[in-house]
Design a binder for this molecule. Sequence first.
Ligand SMILES: Cc1cc2nc3c(=O)[nH]c(=O)nc-3n(C[C@H](O)[C@H](O)[C@H](O)COP(=O)(O)OP(=O)(O)OC[C@H]3O[C@@H](n4cnc5c(N)ncnc54)[C@H](O)[C@@H]3O)c2cc1C
Length: 405
Amino acid sequence: MKKRNVYAAVIGGGTAGLMCAIRAAENHPEQTIVILEKADRIGKKLLVTGNGRCNLSHIGANAKSYHGDGSDTLINILFKKYNPDAVLTYFRSLGLLTHTDSEQRVYPLSNQASSVLDVLRMRIAQLNIETICNTDIRRIQKTAEGYEIATPELRLSAKKLVIAAGGKADYAGRNNDSRELLRSLGVSMTELTPSLSPVKVKSDVLKSLKGIRATAKATLIHNKKIVKTERGEVQFTENALSGICIFNLSRRANRGGYAIQLNLLPDFSDEQVEQEITQRFRRDKDAVCGEIFTGIFHKNIGLALLKSCGVKPSTPCKDISIKEIKSLCRHITGWRFVCEENHDFKKAQVTAGGVRLSEIDPHSFESNRHRGLYIIGETLDIDGDCGGYNLQFAFASGMCVGDHL
Ligand SMILES: Cc1cc2nc3c(=O)[nH]c(=O)nc-3n(C[C@H](O)[C@H](O)[C@H](O)COP(=O)(O)OP(=O)(O)OC[C@H]3O[C@@H](n4cnc5c(N)ncnc54)[C@H](O)[C@@H]3O)c2cc1C
């Protein structure tokens, strides 16, 4: 097979890779830029983002919303030039109109993720960027001229190489794991764990709560210390807690050894909760405990709270002790769920961990080990909260490298 020489090869035709190739081709119209993509089409994941609406950026994105060792420095440098405004201005130049919701999350005006992918694909066609799909790159050889990529169907020599292969979190249930590829270049990585995912918890009441949602304040606890607090809608599944506020705690909770405490009445003080519940028990002495939460919680939540406190729903309210009422109140404001270790990437939106940020120059994303090698997007040890931060980073890092190539 004859070897082809190209200026730059981008491994991964996803969010970061597409943006990077476009900017590189705009800067070097005379050069050949090739995108190598494992799937049968480029940008497939973009189509499922934001529940099909693609939350492509977040107006208030800053270093506080990103995690990973050294992420503060990297984001502060990157967002000086490639901030949400720069990403959205560039998308506007490609023809994409957007709108921003009350929580500063940005979506295409069409509310269709396909609009975002379409403008990128149109630009790729205009710039004659070559896309080679169904190509899974497993090994790369460093040569004197640059990088050699060989598969049974392909032999390429690229002066510059960009790795934009994403993380292990894969919506389609494939084993998207670029560690082998990165190992072939001697690049060091941190452990990979799922993030922005449901959190598996140990509980004997969850089965009865499956499918139920409740507004709550969720607090992540480690060694009796508060690690992080989020507020929003919690969804109960058969073996996990889910919902955006839980997603934002999952990065650490998935490692196990943590607990999540739910406050089901976050707008009430502890005293107000105790007063309300005590009154209910004292008001109707003929009632049974199973009816006590009527008008506050979903029936099954009430029953699960009673079970967690060891109170039978058939117990007459008049037989309940002050100690039992206090225990119920403690559960309402601090219902504790012990988190289990979770290695399931199928339900995760992003990967925590990846190529150590100390491996790259934060100004250019160029590898400190190999000149001409760049690593961008989720492949790096950086992940954002839920709300458009991850796509913002992927697009911004793609733009930055596309301008540096
Ligand atoms: C269901 C879901 C919803 C999401 N919603 C949002 C959202 O609304 N807002 C937000 O900010 N973030 C969201 N995310 C996260 C966001 O999609 C990712 O963080 C982002 O796409 C990462 O971009 P990337 O280019 O680094 O990786 P990807 O977009 O994953 O692209 C990597 C590409 O590389 C290819 N590839 C991998 N290995 C190889 C190989 N060896 N050879 C060739 N090709 C390879 C993959 O097939 C893929 O196309 C969501 C994620 C999921 C799963």
